[in-house]
Design a protein around this ligand. Structure first.
Ligand code: ATP
Ligand code: MG
Ligand code: MG
Ligand code: MG
Length: 569
């Protein structure tokens, strides 16, 4: 690619709206441009990187035996009603109507569509196992899209779905995908960690998340120092054996002795959720070993059954409450509903900072600790806010009885689930087994945030000058920079020849023949993160050398042609 014929649009200004380094650098490098909240155009430069990630994912999925398909991004409501998710999925589901007023959604995921495909395609156990995947645009109406493509509303995901005659065979493919994910993230040059995870709204039995380790990550990961145990903090809390003195101590430390009423808590939740909170119920008392319930009813497009009942600091049960349970509980405890109890002040001991990560707003009144659970808190976290809650599991024993938990931050880039038969049963997918009887296949699903990986890689690989792409993701492996191309025909010609020779030798190379001054040209190439830079100048030509610099190297070196090709080969 000759950059004089490409579209590069870099900027020296640091964009004010960007909070984290990857978002800043992607805007400065001109990789993405915002269209509206959570919607981005990928520029020619950005798209080159996105395609590199896509290619690595596709090649490794193909090598692992998965088969590519392409499903529509718009999905009919009827399919989602079969699994009950039209109502249950919550506010992230973008619902749309066609001219006949029939309802559709823009797919946030594709379990329903693939199960429907399987219903018509799979008839016999002989066709199993099979793993279908696609790389397709998804839309989730995130409550707070932010950090550019890191948490966008429209984003690119690789999603795969496998079908099996037995649970054992599902387990085998799950392991296959787990290993494949390891190969993908290793090939992309990322430092990552696989952790046990909650199965959440997708459901199923076993689940692991893959996190790129980065301080700006929205997720906290609990690691054991005595074993391989690693989990996301949500899960570590859920399974961590109580009592939890370290967590209780951490909660005391973030205690702010403000007296709050239920109405105040509702207002606080409203701020955190950016929604009007109709009422808050903070139910149950600690200390006497009573069951804990905590919930908020939120006006707006969230369904209450997303709300978590939490176990934090050994205070109660961790599970999802159903809407019926919550309503039943409220019916039985009318005194706890919303603004009903202003007479009993509630001390908010940690509001947004805890909500940020652990999905909880924690309140206490004179009777002890109480929790108001907010399932969406994590989506509202500011970088840095997670620090408070880190303390809440750090130092706890591990769940597997070996070692003590420490906490690191990560960015979720992949997620694998053993779904079991949840979708197949709901949608009546069966195949004939060896004995000729109808059997319900077990399913797995496997997601990778292709576009998020681009941002996550920058969080891990940058310096003051800009992006330092891992080789596999770089827009070009190398760039040949020409000093003074307009006035020096010999230099321009030599640079063009080198650029052609490098490409012919399989080194994907750009030619910076835009005629910029050296300083501006080098700054651009460092900003956009090209791993290898070669400068062709009159002086170098006279000496028979090229000035070569690896992106992270402190100094440039002069290499003759043979050594240059060796270095890049
Ligand atoms: P998160 O916890 O970050 O909201 P998720 O658990 O909701 O992600 P999954 O349903 O597991 O996401 O989807 C698979 C992958 O898609 C995630 O691991 C992540 O890499 C990516 N992803 C999810 N939501 C977004 C988003 N809003 N923007 C970009 N990538 C996303
Ligand atoms: Mg999400
Ligand atoms: Mg997640
Ligand atoms: Mg996930």
């Amino acid at each position: 690619m000759r950059l004089s014929q490409f579209h590069l649009h870099t900027s020296k200004e640091t964009p004010a709206e960007a909070e984290i380094v990857s978002h800043k650098l992607m805007l400065k490098a001109g990789m993405i441009r915002k269209l509206a909240a959570g919607l981005y155009t990928w520029s020619p430069l950005g798209l080159r990187v996105l395609r590199k990630v896509e290619r690595a994912v596709r090649e490794e999925m193909d090598a692992a035996g998965a088969i590519e398909v392409l499903m529509p991004s718009v999905q009919p409501k009827e399919l989602w009603e079969e699994t009950g998710r039209w109502e249950k999925f919550g506010g992230q589901l973008l619902k749309i109507q066609d001219r006949k007023e029939a309802w559709y959604c823009y797919g946030p995921t594709a379990e329903e569509v693939i199960t429907d495909f399987a219903r018509t395609e799979l008839a016999s156990y002989k066709q199993l196992p099979v793993n279908f995947y696609q790389v397709q645009t998804k839309f989730r109406d995130e409550i707070r899209p932010r950090f550019g493509v890191m948490r966008a509303r429209e984003f690119l995901m690789k999603d795969a779905y496998s079908f099996h005659v037995s649970d054992e065979d599902l387990g085998r493919e799950y392991r296959n995908m787990y290993d494949t994910y390891g190969r993908i993230f290793t090939r992309l040059g990322l430092k990552f960690r696989a952790v046990f995870a909650d199965t959440g709204a997708i459901g199923g039995s076993a689940s692991h998340e893959f996190h790129v380790l980065a301080d700006s990550g929205e997720d906290a990961i609990a690691f054991s120092d005595g074993s391989d145990y690693a989990a996301n903090v949500e899960l570590a809390e859920a399974v961590s054996p109580g009592p939890r003195p370290a967590a209780a101590e951490a909660l005391r430390r973030v205690d702010t002795p403000t007296q709050k009423t239920c109405e105040d808590v509702a207002a606080l939740l409203g701020i955190a959720l950016q929604r009007t909170v109709k009422s808050v119920a903070i139910v149950g008392a600690d200390g006497e070993g009573q069951p804990q319930f905590a919930l908020a009813l939120v006006r707006g497009d969230h369904t209450v059954n997303e709300i978590k009942l939490s176990k934090l600091a050994g205070l109660g049960e961790y599970r999802l409450a159903t809407e019926a349970e919550i309503l039943e509980h409220l019916g039985a405890n009318p005194g706890f509903l919303g603004p009903v109890a202003p007479a009993k002040p509630i001390r908010v001991i940690a509001d947004r900072s805890v909500a940020a990560l652990a999905d909880f707003v924690v309140g206490a009144n004179d009777n002890g600790y109480h929790l108001a659970g907010v399932n969406w808190g994590r989506d509202l976290a500011e970088p840095g806010e997670v620090a408070d809650i880190r303390n809440a599991v750090a130092g706890d024993p591990s769940p597997d009885g070996q070692g003590t938990l420490g906490i690191a931050r990560g960015i979720e880039v992949g997620h694998v689930f053993q779904l079991g038969r949840k979708y197949a049963e709901a949608m009546k997918l069966t195949v004939l087994d060896e004995t000729g009887k109808a059997a319900t296949p077990a399913m797995g699903c496997y997601g990778i945030g292709v576009s998020r990986i681009v941002a996550a890689a920058i969080e891990q690989n940058h310096d003051e000058a800009g992006i330092c792409w891992p080789e596999a993701m770089a827009p070009w492996a190398a760039v040949v920079c020409v000093i003074n191309p307009k006035n020096d025909a010999a230099v321009a010609e030599a640079a063009l020849a080198l650029y052609r020779d490098l490409n012919a030798a399989g080194v994907e190379t750009a030619l910076d023949d835009r005629g910029l001054r050296p300083g501006a040209m080098f700054a651009d190439m460092e900003l956009i993160g090209v791993p290898h830079r070669i400068v062709v100048s009159e002086r170098g030509l006279a000496a028979g050398t090229y000035e070569y610099r690896q992106r992270r190297a402190a100094e440039a070196e002069n290499l003759d042609r043979e050594r240059l090709f060796q270095r890049l080969g």
